[in-house]
Design a protein around this ligand. Sequence first.
Ligand code: NVA
Length: 290
Amino acid sequence: MKAKDLITIKDLSISDIEEIFALTAKLKSEGRISKDEPLKGKTLGFIFQKPSLRTKVSFAVAMAQLGGAAIYLAPEEVKLGEREEIKDVARTLSRYLDGIVARTFKHGDIIELAEYSTVPVINGLSDFSHPCQALADIFTVKEKKGKVKGVKIAFVGDGNNVCNSLLMASARVGADISVAVPKGYEPDKEVIKIALDFAGVTGSKVVICTDPEKAVSGADVVYTDVWTSMGQEKEKAKRLKAFKGFQINEKLCSKANKDFIIMHCLPAHRGEEITDECMESPHSIVFDQA
Ligand code: NVA
């Protein structure tokens, strides 16, 4: 892996995250168009195996605003690993592009892409992690709460890619994180270990449980994600049953702190992991988060 790849949150030190947040705050304060065009002449390529709204648009807009260009390669155009081997795609694209954002089904495919490409590879979501989402989430918590240390984040739902990244990122920056998932849907074991290691350094409290009320009790942030992620569609009926009782609704949110915020990486399935009332409530900051 190259120094500038971003494959999981584990790759980032606390100072890397601080640097990214300082730059993010600076760019946000400067407005939409960067006069210095720091990415002039640079081209970012997207290799996506799954649909995308926020990831695709945010990267493309960022490239435009920073003076660079973006090329989107749809799933059917590349057919990564099918029409052409990943290592061949990686070496070909490295000769044209300055960076690659990849969204794949298998996390291992992003690792292989990074291994063979000579330009930085950014994970734009895999079945294992979604690091850019977690960075944007923690940045948003900081903006809304004025700090991250000691802020309690409750994640209720599936211990999926978004949960894995949020868990590592929260512990890395010193936020407390309580995850409530049904039995059998826990976050990745290795991720829990990493989060606990980070917590040992930052003092973050990490709790993994099966009780949504326990997780949300005293929380400043109530976070959820879909119960059926992209690629798991065949499990939908089974998952709807397993996740009963893990919905973000007004009753559950009544356990949170008075000025709590509701977060969701989107897309949301209203009536499943979150009610319409919670999505539209004044506590919901999901669109600022996006
Ligand atoms: N867990 C969801 C996140 C979408 C941004 C999925 O992988 O489909």
